[in-house]
Design a protein. Structure first.
Length: 143
């Protein structure tokens, strides 16, 4: 299946930067194009009429079954692929209730990834390398 950005305008997306008590980052393996099979933050498209906070809460609930409380904006990523153009806003978020992840929707897998090991060997989606290098994100994640 090929993903097509039907509009000439960039799509707006949101993602959640969630760490657990052990300091591991929640990541999903994308189950659909674009970048199927690569690891990314849980998130997706902003829908008409949604606030950014509502969008990130909905996407996390749909992809991993968690209730979250969105926090501050950590990072803005521009992702330009041959088939699509996205502007993604990454928000710090905390889990409300249990942190048992249940991959569903667009996530073929989900897991807490320790950032103390060699996380750079993971096949991350486009934009994640600069995400990890960003000063604000590193401060939040303490990496």
């Amino acid at each position: 299946m090929t993903f097509r950005n039907m509009s000439k305008n960039p799509k707006i997306g949101v993602a959640a930067v969630i760490k657990n008590a052990e300091g591991s980052l929640l990541a999903i393996r994308r189950g659909h194009e674009p970048e199927m099979g690569r690891w990314a933050l849980p998130g997706g498209h902003l829908e008409w009429g949604e606030t950014l906070a509502e969008a990130v809460q909905r996407e996390v609930r749909e992809e991993v079954g968690l209730a979250i409380k969105p926090g501050r904006l950590l990072y803005v990523a521009e992702i330009r692929l041959p088939c699509a153009h996205f502007v993604v806003l990454d928000f710090a978020a905390s889990v409300v209730g249990d942190d048992v992840i249940r991959p569903q929707s667009d996530a073929s897998e989900a897991q807490w990834i320790a950032l103390t090991g060699d996380y750079n060997r993971i096949a991350w989606a486009e934009g994640m390398e600069s995400f990890f290098q960003d000063h604000n994100v590193r401060d939040f994640l303490c990496i």
